[in-house]
Design a protein around this ligand. Structure first.
Ligand code: IPE
Ligand code: IPE
Ligand code: MG
Length: 254
């Protein structure tokens, strides 16, 4: 069997009804990985894998709605992804802007609040930043599901941005050095009102965080799946959430 066949044979058959509704993670993060390998398996350029990832993302969103999840954060572009070939980076910028434009009505109709985490500045093109502003303002009143898109996101960059805000607040006399606590740090994250990330899912078999939500996911349960992102479907989300429900979480206690 090829790798692709093995992975398909492992496709879970879980439904939303199999997941205990009292054991839902308040916030799920997904590292959407493996697009390039999915394309390579088909002899296609990497962008074909990224394009195929759109269907996976929207199926995962449907799954999150079926489950009744509150918060879902998906990682679309990292601060380190600028190191990729300029063609791929340019294509990803265009693709993400285009995707937002094409699918915003649908998200709005489904009462999904869209917002972003990441550094909202250059080198992200202005036209992409404008589309992000538009998506946020159009959907700001929805509460059924909050879909956070991590774009130009890096966990260390976020903590640098937090440190800069704290520096400004101390310099301006709004905060004392003794006043710096976990709470004052958390209050300066990109989306301070989001609940802590309780479950992180990474596709493509890689078992690392790669600088994802370092503060927010400090106590998250980690679920790794070999499925490549374009093959991910809501059933994989249900299976990961069911796995979360069976984990014992201790937070340092006995
Ligand atoms: C994830 O897939 C998407 C982004 C990082 C933008 P990759 O592009 O990392 O795919 P692989 O890991 O090379 O297969
Ligand atoms: C993490 O995947 C970033 C995104 C999914 C957007 P990468 O493919 O960039 O991470 P590494 O290079 O394998 O650590
Ligand atoms: Mg990758």
């Amino acid at each position: 069997m090829t790798d692709a066949h093995t992975r398909l044979a492992q496709a879970p058959t879980a439904t939303a009804a199999d997941v205990a509704s009292d054991r839902l993670p308040a916030h799920v993060g997904i590292i959407m990985d493996g697009n390039g390998r999915w394309a390579a398996e088909r002899g296609e350029p990497r962008r074909v894998g990224h394009a195929a990832g759109e269907q996976a993302l929207f199926d995962a969103v449907e799954g999150a709605l079926e489950l009744g999840l509150d918060h879902l954060t998906v990682w679309a572009f990292s601060t380190d992804n600028w190191k990729r070939p300029p063609d791929e980076v340019r294509w990803l910028m265009w693709f993400n802007r285009d995707l937002l434009r094409r699918r915003l009505d649908e998200l709005d109709e489904r009462r999904v609040r869209v917002r972003f985490v990441g550094r909202r500045a250059r080198p992200v093109p202005k036209r992409v930043l404008d589309e992000m502003d538009e998506a946020e303002s159009r959907t700001a009143h929805h509460r059924r599901l909050t879909l956070q898109i991590a774009f130009n996101y890096g966990g260390r960059t976020e903590l640098v941005d937090v440190a800069r805000r704290i520096g400004d607040d101390v310099a301006a006399g709004r905060l004392t050095p003794e006043g710096i606590t976990e709470r004052s740090i958390a209050a300066r994250l990109y989306q301070p009102d989001a609940p802590e990330v309780e479950l992180v899912i990474r596709t493509s078999g890689e078992q690392r965080l790669s600088n994802f939500l370092l503060w927010e996911a400090a106590y998250a349960e980690l679920v790794f799946t070999p499925v490549l992102w374009p093959d991910f479907r809501r059933e994989h989300l249900f299976a990961a959430v069911a796995e979360f429900g069976g984990r014992e979480r201790r937070f340092g206690k006995v």
